[in-house]
Design a binder for this molecule. Sequence first.
Ligand code: SF4
Ligand code: FE
Length: 479
Amino acid sequence: MIKTRQDYIDSLKRQHLNVYYNGERVEDITAHPGFIPHINAAAKTYELALLPESEDLLTAISHLTGKKISRFTHIHQSVDDLIKKVQMLRLISHETGSCYQRCVGFDALNATYMTTYDIDAVYGTNYFSRFCDFLRYVQEENLMVVGGMTDPKGDRSKRPSDQSDPDLFTHVTEKRSDGIVIRGAKAHMTGGVNSHEILIMPTQNMTKGDEAYAVCAAIPLKSPGITLIFGRQSNEERKFETGIDAGNKDYGVVGGEALIVFEDVFVPWERVFMCGEIDFTGLLVERFATMHRQNYGGCKGGVSDVIVGATALAAQCQGTSGASHVKDKITEMMHLAESVYSGSVACSAMGSRTPSGAYYPDPLLANCTKHNITRHIYEISRLAHDVAGGIMATMPFDRDLRSPEIGKYVEKYLAGVNGVPAETRMKVLRLIENMTGGTCLVESMHGAGPPQSQRVMYQRLGNLPQKIKMAKKLAKIDE
Ligand code: SF4
Ligand code: FE
């Protein structure tokens, strides 16, 4: 069982996954600078569970075994659990300033739990008990699970079964007496290379003819036939830097995503939780999406807290912290951070019990929360850039500061207010640059689904006819 940070790292070393980074196979990801920050961030979910001050948020009691488990493997048993999840995410973000990846699998576990229960009620299948066996294993071993939803999707105007290449959507190629065989790929898999299992789910609502694509199953990432191709981030090479230039050297920019390819991967029946039930694909997708969208005010709210702190610090370093417009901009950043956090708390507080007994956040409010992230994180970052100044983007290298020839100039001309050395100022500006650019922003836009997927939920759940009725009543319009 994994308990400590070191246990987690050792478990990754032992796996020898088939991981590729920049065209080359990597034998030991735990020793490779391209992966270390992401591993450090995920390891925080193990470390904080062992500290008395964060244990209450980071752990829970398993409803299956009565044992204390990581909250990341827990099935929400109450509204309180939903709220604690959001509080936990904000707390971890304060430590990492970056994505710690483990929430995706957490949400996949919860979505699959409630949906297998519902499938069984209609079809008399035994997916739920199979899934509970898998869940017990994940809880006992304290594993990290990838939430595998997004397929590459090829031509977006075509259904899965109409694609010229059938593998563009992950699908079942063979049903055998002992299990199924899978082909395809899952894209943008957060924490993919430093997890133990992947829980694949259908990527969208499936209709008649797409039965082979309606598949949910748990697969160890070390299974034969799986290849993981790591995604390049903006500023990827910064991970290889020493000194100031890396920005957030220990935890990186965002989660570390991978394209995970399945080339005829065998999955035994006891790990298959949906196989052909097209009428439940939409529900599973919606539940997973809602639970991941619930998170964003927690995790990005926490990341924003760090950006606010760094921006205030930058203003102090350069003597602008007393200016009224700077104070106002920092106040606005705090307002936005608390606003997104409020959304996550609200959708959790309005959560309800599903037939399985697991609790589920309010879907409309969860979608609203994530939709705000696609805007407010950009605005928070814009204000951070405004206050930090152009120097954030034009500073010399760390090695210029250390150079025997020109170091004196960097020291002299990048110094801040009296007593603040250039190095301090450069450190804080690099942190802001690291946390507010490129991949960070795109993750806020597209992580847990692009903005349009949330707007679709307004159309579905926003109950426009009822709103029209309210207006008619007050305006005394009868027809
Ligand atoms: Fe968790 Fe946030 Fe990363 Fe999603 S983006 S995995 S919610 S930390
Ligand atoms: Fe994300």
